[in-house]
Structure formats: C-alpha cells, structure tokens
Design a protein. Structure first.
Length: 140
C-alpha cells in the first residue's frame, strides 16, 4: 500500500488498530463465565475448541506482527505454518489463565509493532506467493 497522506494514513491505522483491539477484547469476553468443559469441548471435526482458538490467534499475532516485520516475539513459538494444528487446541496442563495471558502478551507485542511502524512498512513472508506485504496487507 503506497502512502499518500500521513494524516490519512494515521487515521486509517488508528481505525484498523482500534478494530483489532475491539475484536480481541470481545473474544476474551466471550470466554467469561464458561465452564472448563465448555472452553475445551471440541466443536469441530479437527478437535478445535474455544480456548484452542484463542491460543491459535495468539500464535498467529505473535508470528505475523513479529517475524514478518523482523521483530520476533520474545518467547519461543512453535512453527505456525506447520499443518499439525497443535496451536488449535490446548493440552490438559494448559489453563485458561495461561492461554489468555499468552494472548495478551501477543497483543502487547503486536501493538508495539503496529504503533512503531508506518502502514507501508514492508514485511516478508517467504511462504506466501506475494512475499513482501506491508503492515496492512500482512494481517492475520
């Protein structure tokens, strides 16, 4: 995306970032009041559950806004592009609090990248056909 007007770019960036923050908060809010069984109940043939979805989104944000923009997440991450789906469900030893805390750490890290880079900041995704998206195009 070519930058044409810094004021317009800043407004667009603020709007998009606000939408992302609102969506994150709504997702975590949807978990409030659910039992452990409800959080972990498989709702698809793949075994995905609600808590696993939060884990997946945390992993995706950490990779996209970290690795793609050469700002690696400060904690070890699995290889998200692996197709084993292990980031889509939680293990019996992972708690709701651990998963939500991971998601919130991923938010803070992604937010720092979004805040510090302009909309047109180039990223690099070697496994995409269009390998060099900008900050807007490299959304999860």
């Amino acid at each position: 995306m070519a930058s044409s007007c810094p004021v317009t770019d800043d407004l667009a960036k603020d709007y998009l970032h606000g939408q992302l923050r609102s969506t994150r908060q709504a997702l975590v809010w949807k978990l409030d009041g659910l039992s452990e069984d409800d959080l972990r109940r498989s709702l698809t043939a793949t075994g995905t559950n609600l808590l696993g979805l939060v884990k997946h989104l945390a992993t995706v944000e950490a990779w996209y806004f970290g690795e793609v923009f050469d700002r690696p997440f400060p904690e070890p991450l699995g290889r998200w592009q692996d197709a084993d789906g292990s980031d889509l469900w939680v293990t019996p030893g992972e708690t709701r609090e651990q998963i939500i805390d991971f998601y919130q750490r991923a938010w803070r890290d992604a937010d720092a990248t979004i805040n510090e880079l302009p909309l047109g900041a180039p990223g690099h995704v070697p496994w995409w056909s269009r390998r060099n998206p900008d900050l807007v195009e490299a959304r999860p």
